[in-house]
Design a protein around this ligand. Structure first.
Ligand SMILES: [Zn+2]
Length: 417
């Protein structure tokens, strides 16, 4: 994947990116290759889909029917990764030859931004003649049009449901990246729409990565998750590969690494080289470990609490605590019974610590990651914590016995009498 790595942060022809991916994938020599492509629903993304189809999918994927190869695709407003989707794609491409030998799954996630340039160069005072340009708007069918319209709505403060979903990602880990993008002292307004698209692709790729880290694939899989930004132009479109997540479950360890641009839009430096854009943030070439978001939540929580316990004065909880102290929960039916009793009470009296701890221990889906991070910072969000506890309560019967025992122990340790 060296050739692919060399593309990070550099605007290239769409064909060039798909071709580099194609050659990189061939070098992996996997028994099978699968692909998933997430894009915005905007018709301007068709060219990007086509380039991936003709440069990668057509050559490497198994034939779905005679001479027809097809990537697993999501197209929605803003190119949002849908929780759980990579698992379904992985299941589809777990073809018989890959059952033991393993496969490669390429997950390409594109955000997009329009780019338009003035036809004639403008001479700025003292400087060289330059063509002025703009990102984020263009003339579509002869009318002025935002592109990506979904990201423009996010930056404009809309509260439409798809915008709320985008916003949850943009606010993850307590950073308000929308405010950063709108702050002219932190992000050059000329580059705002480009930087918004880069951040968006990067955050959606993170979601896919969290999903991958949190489950066991059907057949052993090497995943490449690739955040990309399509630059929609009146001439042929181009693309910036923003980074590469690599996660390899073939050795039984899908922990993963990331190399590429970070998620802080105010850290990007953008310049032009021979008319094409280059983006860097000083860290783009440094390979780092993909983080474990369950552990991150637990650590943030511990740090904030510095050894204190949550105080609950409730007879019912005290009874459960006595049972746990007397090791009665070692009988696993009893552990589940205690959990079933404790969860609705904690939901009522102090839901936030329980939701955080149980999320950290894997008792509820990874798609709650950003919400739980928020809980760990702002303790007052009890309603959201209650919903998470309700979801866990509904699943108590399906817990492994040892897991149920560990969870009730952990909860009773957290709440002081
Ligand atoms: Zn769009």
């Amino acid at each position: 994947m060296e050739r692919v790595r060399a593309l990070i942060g550099r605007e290239k022809a769409l064909r060039e990116v798909s071709q580099a991916l194609h050659f990189g994938a061939r070098r992996v020599a996997a028994a099978g290759v699968g692909a998933m492509h997430v894009t915005c629903a905007d018709e301007s993304e068709h060219e990007c889909v086509e380039a991936f189809q003709h440069g990668f999918v057509h050559y490497l994927l198994p034939a779905l029917k005679f001479a027809r190869q097809s990537a697993f695709r999501i197209a929605n407003l803003g190119g949002r990764y849908e929780w759980g989707s990579v698992r379904i794609a992985e299941d589809h491409f777990a073809t018989p030859p890959t059952k033991d030998a393993g496969k490669l799954l390429v997950v390409k996630i594109n955000a997009h931004v329009a780019f338009e340039e003035e036809p004639a160069p403008v001479v700025r005072s003292g400087g060289p003649a330059e063509r002025s340009y703009r990102f984020g708007f263009w003339k579509r069918y002869d009318s002025e049009s935002a592109c990506c319209g979904a990201l423009a709505e996010l930056l404009g403060g809309s509260t439409a449901p798809f915008v709320e979903e985008l916003r949850e990602s943009f606010h993850s880990e307590g950073r308000d990246r929308v405010a950063m993008l709108r702050d002219t002292t932190r992000v050059d307004p000329t580059l705002r729409a480009l930087h918004a698209a880069i951040v968006s692709a990067r955050l959606q790729a993170r979601k896919a990565t969290l999903d991958i880290q949190d489950y066991e694939p059907v057949s052993p899989t090497l995943y490449f998750v690739l955040p990309c930004v399509t630059i929609n132009r009146h001439e042929r479109d181009t693309e910036i590969l923003c980074g590469i997540y690599s996660l390899d479950s073939r050795g039984g360890n899908a922990e993963g690494t990331y190399v590429g641009l970070g998620d802080d839009p105010s850290a990007y430096e953008t310049w032009r080289q021979n008319g094409l854009f280059v983006v860097s943030d000083g860290e783009a070439a440094v390979e780092r470990r993909a983080r474990d978001h369950r552990a991150l939540v637990r650590d943030a929580w511990k740090e904030q609490r510095i050894g204190t316990r949550s105080v609950v004065r409730d007879e019912r909880i005290e009874r459960i605590q006595r049972d746990v102290e007397q090791n009665k929960h070692h009988h696993h039916h009893h552990a589940k019974k205690l959990l079933r009793a404790a969860l609705p009470i904690l939901a009522e009296v102090a839901p936030v610590p329980a939701a955080i701890l149980l999320f950290a221990e894997g008792a509820v889906g990874i798609h709650h990651a950003f919400r739980v991070q928020q809980l760990a910072r702002e303790m007052e969000k009890s309603q959201e914590a209650r919903q998470i506890l309700d979801e866990i309560e509904a699943k108590v019967d399906h817990l492994e016995p040892d897991h149920a025992r560990a969870l009730i122990e952990l909860l009773m340790q957290e709440y002081a009498r």
